[in-house]
Design a protein around this ligand. Structure first.
Ligand code: ADP
Length: 264
């Protein structure tokens, strides 16, 4: 937009009706993007108008997981987001050449986020989900500055070592005065396909530990919203761009994700 003044972010206006959730995690690989995509698809299927900002700089995987193949287009001076499964998506990856790694630094990231929020034609959204990079980085701080009303959703695994890191990522909210809407424990257990035994691959208790720790440090109740099991089909759905909540809504991981989506 050259030297024009920055456009106002519609979701930051006091009368905005869009709920914004920033999905955060301590470590990478805990399923933050998988959870984001399935929640988004479930909410859209439940009749809500949904958008996703994929701000995971190094791990941007939302378009692939949702099966978005189109590129954003420009109309006048606005960016039109492509969509799939009735979810509008803008991703960092759509603005980088090929698979080139993104080496944007803080100020550039801030500017990119500002554009994703203000210069993209989102229309009237009920919900905007933002897939943040893991950890307590520049992006989380930018989100807090650009959208102070965004609520934070923390994704963690049951592993206590991961929980500590997740709690640190979440506790940034106490500095930015943002609300943490709750914690989702992903990869909570695996049900043996032969004997139905629950195998706690990554141990147990991490989700509750993060919720309790954040409740203590924020002085406000942070609930454990749900526990999503390990499910081979959920991974396959991510790889093939067919979110499991849509292709297999009765799978136990889908049931849990759809329940959480409804409660948010
Ligand atoms: P993050 O966004 O935290 O880096 P991803 O969503 O990319 O994590 O997930 C990491 C890998 O784990 C992906 O291959 C994904 O398909 C897989 N995965 C995530 N959640 C589950 C789950 N509940 N069951 C099985 N595989 C999962």
């Amino acid at each position: 937009r050259g030297n024009q003044p920055e456009r106002e972010i519609p979701f930051a206006k006091p009368n905005s009706l869009t709920k914004v959730f920033a999905v955060a995690s301590g470590k990478g690989g805990v399923g933050k993007s998988s959870v984001t995509v399935n929640l988004a698809a479930a909410m859209a299927a439940q009749g809500h108008k949904v958008g996703v900002v994929d701000a995971d700089i190094y791990g941007h995987s939302v378009p692939r997981m949702l099966g978005v193949t189109d590129r954003p287009t420009k109309v006048a001076d606005m960016i039109m987001p492509p969509s799939a499964k009735d979810v509008k998506v803008i991703s960092v990856g759509m603005f980088t050449a090929g698979n080139a790694p993104v080496v944007w630094r803080g100020p550039m990231l801030h500017r990119a986020l500002q554009q994703f929020l203000a210069d993209v034609y989102w229309g009237d959204l009920d919900v905007l989900l933002m897939d943040l990079p893991p950890g307590t980085g520049d992006v989380a701080i930018s989100v807090a500055q650009l959208l102070p009303s965004a609520e934070i959703l923390v994704v963690t695994t049951p592993q206590l070592a991961a929980a500590e890191v997740a709690e640190r990522a979440g506790s940034i909210a106490s500095q930015t005065h943002q609300r943490i809407v709750g914690v989702i424990e992903n990869m909570a257990y695996l049900t043996c396909p032969h004997c139905d035994e629950r195998i706690e691959v990554f141990g147990s208790g991490g989700g509750q530990a993060v919720a309790d720790g954040l409740t203590r440090s924020l002085g406000a109740k942070v609930p454990l919203l749900g526990q999503v099991p390990i499910d081979v089909d959920l991974r396959v759905g991510g790889d093939s761009g067919e979110p499991l909540v849509l292709s297999e809504p009765s799978a136990s991981s889908s049931v849990e994700l759809r329940r959480i989506a409804k409660e948010l």
